[in-house]
Design a protein around this ligand. Structure first.
Ligand SMILES: NC(=O)C1=CN([C@@H]2O[C@H](COP(=O)(O)OP(=O)(O)OC[C@H]3O[C@@H](n4cnc5c(N)ncnc54)[C@H](O)[C@@H]3O)[C@@H](O)[C@H]2O)C=CC1
Ligand SMILES: CC(=O)C(=O)O
Ligand SMILES: [Mg+2]
Length: 520
């Protein structure tokens, strides 16, 4: 997958920002002197040739020696490798943050070099700029903050957003990722510190999809936080107030959406890591009016479905066999319900059955166990997937995960619960009794510590023949005798190259029409 993503990125990125000149061809620089050196979009550090130094008023502002782009690249990679050597044996969190810092400093200084090293080393660097390290970065963002990136719209900016949006320096923006910080990965409400997620996601768009980095915009919509620790932290950088709710909340999001689409009517707004109630409500509220989608609901569904179909193929079965798989989804939030909706649609289309009958093979649990129609206060979003008690013989409302696995013997166990380790030894061992000769275990929650199980535990307890995928990366597992337990990554970022191609080749509206056609 990375190979394909790199090919896409390399071809598109070179078109947008040629490797050899380090500044995008169509770009006219209106700045001079130190302003250029302090602008990561234009800065080439010591790479400015003498002619440019004269033309741009840089003579004397840099050491005399001109260092080529290739030499700068090699020097950065050497510093990175030396950091790896020098931090060997130190705690994982310390090492990850040190790696993030060195990459972030480059991002802040010289974007061309940053994206070049990122594209060329995407497999090594994705876990640093994205999950799992981005989770740690968000948890510590107020302390790590040095230079602003993206835009911040807060509840205090009500009435000002239409003018604020024109403060963004780029004339054109194609892709926006916005969060309100209310459910950052499986880490909960991180308030303004959640900005790390839009930044990391957009880095993946540039590196894996070849989107022009000058045309992306990370956004934090700060409506307060209910995280007590952050509210009490004197260095917390966000609004120190409880989250807005109800109409007050929606008024802020409405104003932002109007402002952004007034300035850039074709920009696509990706909603990311909103708590489930707002994820669903904003999706319904805006999808008919604006170019937008929800990555956790829709992007995750696309990747999970690809993984589920891939599993059928890995079992040596025809794809039509997908309609016979028993699938247990653990987690009935924005991601779990998004996956269920799309998977049910896929089954009903493949089998020619209606959705009611396609739903029969899907089972969903939340923190209160198996969801059935007998549940009191059944969440309306989960209601379409709640089972009739008559259809789950041997089970009851609220049956535990282990009861469900032992009774149903599912072909697939898919976790989007945010609860680390919930696929424990007992549950994994019970998957040995699966009706499938090659059961699938997808531990999709992020970051790593929130994964439902580790890859090593999955192969150890559920057996060598499983198909395993996780939201955050794990190393392949050594099964002995030269055999390898392959770890696949099931993360919505794998859709970004696809979106990227759509953005470059079709207009945003056309893309949304395509998504609508597929009822995505
Ligand atoms: N791999 C990927 O591409 C993606 C992974 N995720 C991950 O999925 C997780 C959940 O995300 P959302 O659905 O947005 O969160 P959410 O907060 O909307 O939903 C979490 C769900 O898990 C349930 N849950 C909590 N404890 C449980 C337990 N002990 N047993 C069973 N269910 C339990 C909750 O009741 C709720 O239904 C997060 O860790 C997130 O990082 C989310 C989107 C994409
Ligand atoms: C991957 C992702 O979007 C999440 O964990 O929320
Ligand atoms: Mg997300």
């Amino acid at each position: 997958m990375w190979k394909l993503a790199r090919l896409v990125a390399a071809s598109n990125f070179r078109r947008a920002r040629p490797f050899s000149t380090a500044i995008p061809l169509p770009c006219i620089v209106h700045k001079r002197g130190a302003d250029i050196l302090h602008d990561p979009w234009f800065n080439k550090d010591t790479g400015f040739p003498l002619t440019e130094r004269d033309r741009l008023g840089l003579r004397g502002l840099l050491p005399p020696r001109v260092i080529s782009f290739q030499q700068q690249y090699a020097r950065f990679m050497e510093s990175y490798r030396s950091l790896e050597r020098n931090t060997m044996g130190q705690p994982e969190g310390v090492v990850s943050l040190a790696k993030w810092r060195i990459l972030n400093r480059l991002h802040d200084r010289n974007e061309t070099l940053y994206y070049r090293v990122l594209i060329d080393n995407i497999k090594d660097f994705a876990p640093v700029i994205y999950t799992p390290t981005v989770g740690l970065v968000c948890q510590n963002y107020s302390g790590l903050f040095r230079r602003p990136r993206g835009m911040y719209f807060s509840a205090k900016d009500k009435g000002e957003m239409m003018s604020m949006i024109y403060n963004w320096p780029a004339h054109q923006v194609d892709m926006i990722v916005i969060t309100d910080g209310s459910r950052i990965l499986g880490l909960g409400d991180l308030g303004v510190q959640g900005i790390g997620i839009p930044i990391g996601k957009l880095d993946m768009y540039v590196a894996a999809a070849g989107i022009n980095p000058q045309r992306v915009l990370p956004i934090m919509l700060d409506v307060g936080t209910n995280n007590k620790k952050l509210l009490e932290d004197p260095l917390y950088l966000g609004l120190r107030q409880p989250r807005l709710e109800g109409a007050e909340y929606l008024a802020i999001v409405d104003e932002f959406m109007e402002a952004v689409h007034t300035r850039w009517p074709k920009a696509i707004v990706q909603f990311e890591d909103f708590q489930a109630k707002w994820a669903f409500e904003t999706l319904e509220r805006y999808r008919g009016r604006f170019c937008m989608f929800n990555d956790d609901v829709q992007g995750t569904a696309g990747v999970a479905l690809a993984g589920l179909l891939g599993t059928v193929r890995a079992q040596g079965r025809p794809l039509s066999d997908f309609s016979n798989q028993k699938i247990v989804v653990v987690g009935a939030g924005s991601a779990g319900l998004g996956v269920l909706k799309m998977a049910v649609q896929a089954v009903s289309r493949m089998s020619g059955n209606n959705e009611t009958s396609a739903k029969k093979q899907f089972f969903v649990l939340d923190k209160d166990g198996l969801i059935t129609k007998a549940r009191k206060n059944l969440d309306p979003a989960a209601a379409p997937f709640a089972k009739e008690l008559a259809d789950v013989e041997g089970l009851r409302e609220g049956s535990s995960l282990i009861e469900v696995v032992k009774t149903l013997k599912p072909h697939v166990l898919l976790g989007l619960s945010g609860v680390g380790g919930i696929f424990n030894e007992e549950v994994l061992k019970a998957m040995r009794g699966s009706d499938s000769p090659r059961p699938a275990i997808f531990a999709m929650s992020n970051p790593t510590m929130n994964a439902e199980c580790t890859a090593a535990d999955a192969f150890k307890h559920a057996g060598d023949n499983i198909v395993f995928a996780s939201g955050s990366p794990f190393e392949n597992v050594d099964l002995g005798n030269g055999r390898v337990g392959h770890v696949n990554q099931a993360n919505n970022m794998y859709l970004f190259p696809g979106y990227g191609l759509l953005f470059t080749d079709v207009s945003a509206m056309r893309m949304l029409e395509i998504l609508e056609v597929y009822n995505f």
